[in-house]
Write a protein that binds this ligand. Structure first.
Ligand SMILES: C[S@@+](CC[C@H](N)C(=O)[O-])C[C@H]1O[C@@H](n2cnc3c(N)ncnc32)[C@H](O)[C@@H]1O
Ligand SMILES: Nc1nc2[nH]cc(C(=O)O)c2c(=O)[nH]1
Ligand code: SF4
Ligand SMILES: [Mg+2]
Length: 230
């Protein structure tokens, strides 16, 4: 085999302990967003995010968390007994090993979705994962972070989500959808920033303009109005 250097293990046989991720929380709830809305789902929330969207509802995931081995995460997920798993954050793709977690979850047979900011490259995400890729509108304060090449990696089961803080964001989003033919690539979701724009106003703008996009509300906030968004 020629593998005389015992300190260099091939990546595929690296012990589980080397595959740690920083995790804020793992919890079981109703999926409140995107295509899998309504399904009982286990959420794996990875710690840390390089963005600072002004309306972010998950600032508690920016810092802290606990380093956990992938095997340990998989065991806790399994213990909840759900078919759907959502990997979110923070920004999950900011931790490289997130790609391994996603692959392992798919291998284990779960329906896996990934919530991502659209600022990090999604090219290496397992194609079995349903990617929910945000495009950050100007009202987020993070428009400059959009990685437009991510649009080239969208599969029909993926979704693009634009979270809208007002009429200006809506007009930006309408133009982006048209310019990039987004509705021909995958489902496009428009979601109001919780508490910032009247959901009915956004619904009526979409109807008035006959936009080929899907309106969504964060169902968990209607159900629980929990500051931690469960
Ligand atoms: C907390 S983020 C975590 C994943 C990733 N960082 C991202 O931005 O997609 C999950 C989703 O919640 C959305 N979100 C965060 N704060 C929100 C708010 N105040 N109102 C509506 N959606 C919000 C984000 O836009 C994103 O689609
Ligand atoms: N119930 C519930 N559904 C969600 N879908 C996406 C979430 C997220 O924070 O990414 C989320 C969340 O925080 N809670
Ligand atoms: S990218 Fe996601 S987690 Fe990061 S600040 Fe924006 S909404 Fe919050
Ligand atoms: Mg949330």
């Amino acid at each position: 085999m020629g593998g005389s250097d015992a300190t260099v293990a091939p990546a595929t046989s690296a012990p589980a302990v080397a595959g740690r991720l920083r995790i804020t929380e793992i919890f079981h709830s109703i999926q409140g967003e995107a295509d899998a809305i309504g399904w009982p789902t286990v959420f794996v929330r990875l710690t840390g995010c390089p963005l600072r969207c002004v309306w972010c509802d998950t600032e508690y995931a920016f810092h802290g968390g606990e380093w956990r081995a992938i095997e340990d995460i998989l065991a806790e997920v399994a213990g909840h007994g759900a078919r759907h798993v959502c990997v979110t954050g923070g920004e999950p793709l900011a931790q490289k090993r997130c790609l391994v977690l996603l692959r392992r979850l798919c291998d284990a047979g779960y329906e896996v979705s990934l919530e991502t900011s659209g600022a990090l490259d999604v090219a290496a995400v397992d194609p079995r994962v349903r990617k929910v890729v945000d495009l950050k509108a100007p009202g987020s304060g993070e428009e400059k972070r959009n990685l437009w090449s991510n649009l080239d990696h969208l599969l029909p089961h993926d979704q693009v989500k634009i979270v809208i803080a007002g009429r200006g964001d809506y007009e930006w989003a309408r133009q982006v959808v048209a310019e990039h033919g987004l509705d021909r690539r995958c489902t496009v979701l428009f979601s109001p920033v919780h508490g910032a724009v009247e959901p009915r106003a956004l619904a009526e703008w979409i109807l008035e303009d006959r936009l080929p996009v899907r309106f969504q509300l964060q169902l968990h906030k209607l159900l629980w109005n929990d500051a931690q968004g469960r």
